[in-house]
Design a protein around this ligand. Structure first.
Ligand SMILES: [Zn+2]
Length: 477
């Protein structure tokens, strides 16, 4: 191991507890030296030949920016031997714990497993954090867990969420952002995008760069920018003083700070420069969403033609549907290219209007989201959302100053249950909270159960409450 460390670093190595080594003053050219190939993945840097995982400690540089390990000289790393995870507290608290290396296959038996092609009755085997096999009949020897005929479904995917457990992504430091992720994971949401709200250019830069680090660790699936290029008259819970016209240079600076982890931005198509911004976003691999908008039907279609593929919480904060002025709602529902977000908390949208969305868009185009805020999981009280004060009474969140509905206070499994309660078939409701949002955001490793894929699984009770949660092959709950 020492020899490898030296190959990597040119000799700047010290040993720390059971971590294999710390590499200081790492220089990029040394990565490629001595035949060691380094592969960047979304979550970590892996040296595949030796089964060692390299984690960035995320040291702040003097300008306060965080930079990816592969591009920064003078960075500090901890190397873990993934065969031998470090004990709790052995390394700096902000270093990511090594992923569980589960060498004992676990078979979940008497299961009804929801895969891409339907329900599969039998068993599912998990090994090394991934689904290794699906089968029927006798699964053979090995460790088993009988789930008693329960449904096993993919971990849910929430692509529009601002906070939870008393924390809010826009204000969060890395530890606080991790608390939101952990809270959701325990509830059954194993993949999520961190949602930001309209903020000053500098604040957005800072927030994006903090969250990019969690994306690199694999904790988050990406960053979602809700605004600031949205309509003042449809600002909802965004501070109107912080809204502005689309600015490609500003957007470009966020993209750089986000290091490829900004996955979606909401834009109001009627604003000057909106179509150019949508084109720029899409060509950078960022999903463009239409929302918080006064756009006409025609302006909305122009945005979709420019590349927008998501409707941000349909109905909410958009020009209403009128038979002579159909606006964005008819345009977005009617266009096959668009995946439609729906906040199904029975507060933002009446179930009768929600039913129309499922009928008009059809299976595969409705994405259930929570738009949840920090108060989620805490109960009634007064909280902040960005710069605004929000009061929660009986689970309903309103902006104190304006009375506008703010974010919701549900976690995504509740939206699935609400969909089923209004008559949506169970499988369709579950896909609307897993494979549909994952596909809309290009999250190839989330929202589905398949051999070789991550073992992010939920065991559901008959009433669709979450019985157990498995994340990367380990029971969370
Ligand atoms: Zn919104």
């Amino acid at each position: 191991m020492q020899a490898l460390d030296k190959q990597l670093t040119g000799g700047h190595v010290s040993i720390m507890d059971r971590a294999v080594g710390i590499v200081n003053a790492c220089r990029r050219p040394s990565y490629g030296g001595a035949g060691v190939r380094v592969v960047r993945s979304t979550s970590r840097t892996v040296i595949p030949r030796n089964g060692i995982t390299l984690y960035s400690l995320g040291i702040r540089d003097p300008e306060g920016a965080r930079t990816p390990p592969s591009e920064r000289p003078g960075q500090t790393y901890v190397i873990y031997d993934t065969q031998r995870p470090p004990p709790e507290g052995a390394v700096a608290s902000h270093a990511r714990r090594a992923p569980p290396m589960d060498h004992t296959p676990l078979t979940l038996t008497k299961a009804r497993v929801m895969t891409a092609d339907g329900l599969h009755e039998g068993w599912i085997r998990v090994h090394g954090g991934r689904v290794s096999e699906l089968g029927t009949g006798d699964p053979g020897p090995g460790e088993r867990h009988d789930v008693g005929g329960r449904l096993i479904v993919p971990g849910l995917v929430d692509t529009h969420i601002h906070g939870g457990a008393g924390r809010s992504f826009p204000d969060a430091d890395p530890e606080e952002a991790r608390e939101i992720v952990a809270f959701n994971r325990r509830a059954g949401v194993t993949s999520l995008l961190a949602g930001l709200v309209a903020a000053s250019p500098q604040d957005t830069l800072r927030q994006v760069s903090v969250l990019a680090e969690l994306c690199e660790e694999g904790e988050l699936s990406g960053i979602y920018l809700e605004g600031p290029f949205i309509a003042e008259s449809k600002c909802g819970a965004h501070d109107p003083a912080l809204l502005r016209e689309p600015d490609i240079w500003e957007f470009d600076a966020w993209l750089k700070a986000g290091r490829g982890h900004i996955r979606m931005i909401t834009v109001a198509p009627e604003l000057p420069g909106a179509l150019e911004l949508i084109r720029a976003a899409v060509s950078s691999g960022v999903v463009a969403a239409v929302g918080h908008t006064e756009a006409t039907y025609e302006q909305t279609l122009a945005a979709v033609d420019a590349g927008a593929t998501v409707a941000t919480h349909i109905y909410n904060a958009m020009r209403p549907l009128n038979h002579r002025d159909p606006g964005p709602i008819a345009a977005l529902l009617g266009d096959e290219r668009v995946t439609v977000e729906l906040i199904l908390d029975n507060v933002h949208v009446h179930p009768g209007a929600a039913g129309l969305v499922f009928e008009a868009a059809g299976p595969g185009r409705v994405s259930l989201v929570t738009d949840a805020m920090s108060a989620t999981g805490l109960g009634d009280g007064e909280y902040t959302l960005g710069e605004l004060r929000v009061r929660v009474r009986e689970g309903r969140a309103h902006v104190v100053e304006t009375g506008a509905i703010a974010s919701s206070t549900i976690v995504l499994p509740q939206a699935v249950r609400n969909a089923v309660a209004m008559g949506i078939p169970v499988e369709e409701a579950l896909r609307s909270a897993s494979s549909v949002p994952a596909a809309a955001l290009g999250l190839s490793e989330a929202g589905r159960i398949e051999v070789g894929g991550h073992a992010d699984l939920l065991v559901l009770n008959e009433d669709l409450s979450v019985s157990k949660v498995m994340y990367r092959g380990t029971w969370e709950v």
